[in-house]
Design a protein around this ligand. Sequence first.
Ligand SMILES: [Zn+2]
Length: 272
Amino acid sequence: MTRDLFFFWWHVDTAGYVAERRIPTEDEEQLVIIRRPSVELGRSSYRPIREETGLFRIFANLDYEDSAQITEFANSYGLLGEGVFIDPEGGQGALEGGELFRTWAKEIDHMQRALRLWDCVQARDNESLKQYIHWEGTRSVEYQKGRTRIVIANEDSNREYLDRFPPGDVSIPAERLVQTVINKQIDGRVSPRLLWDEGGTKLRLYLVPKNLVGAMWLQFSQAVDGNIQFLVCPECEKPFAVNKSARGKPRIYCSASCRSRAHHKRSTGGKQ
Ligand SMILES: [Zn+2]
């Protein structure tokens, strides 16, 4: 039997979240996302890695300039866990916790770029990769998108890789960049821990993300590592992971509840 290597629960405040212009401590006023002021203190918990196998793709699909989309994501899946303190409204009372939209924007942007490269590598779409991966001669290769330029390898940096990249090849340098980005993102955000297994009988080694954004990068790394394909559920339209080497009938729906909802609709002729 396979064992879940990851241990991670996350929570969503039942009151939800709102976008507001506020002053983070020792910073200037800006757009932040905070818990909706409410007397309700409830939280719901879920296991993102197990229950939402395509969450990092949903995250990467967000428009990072759209605060409404980001707030909607937070209302469904919680905050990223990269919080700051925010001065209370009117300067009275205790500091509040919240997250900066610019943090969200930066994380979404990083995930989008890395995922775009990875999807092109997987699809062997070298034509698209050539938009981002540029060779200069045979001893320098860079990533370029807009104003962002990242050296993947040249005589001064990562020189040893030049011997492994066939000159002009865009796929291996792209993979190399995806590897670097993911490793940087999970560094300090995911820790190995010995924990009791689900039966509470034995200590086992688990990988434990520190927060939601760490869990999503871990999900991405798992997709790179494994023979995983992502499908979109025809019922709820969310992406979810399937194991490409699994035997038997391929899965169509993300979950048992979506499957039964779809079957129910079909058997009642689309009427609810
Ligand atoms: Zn579904």
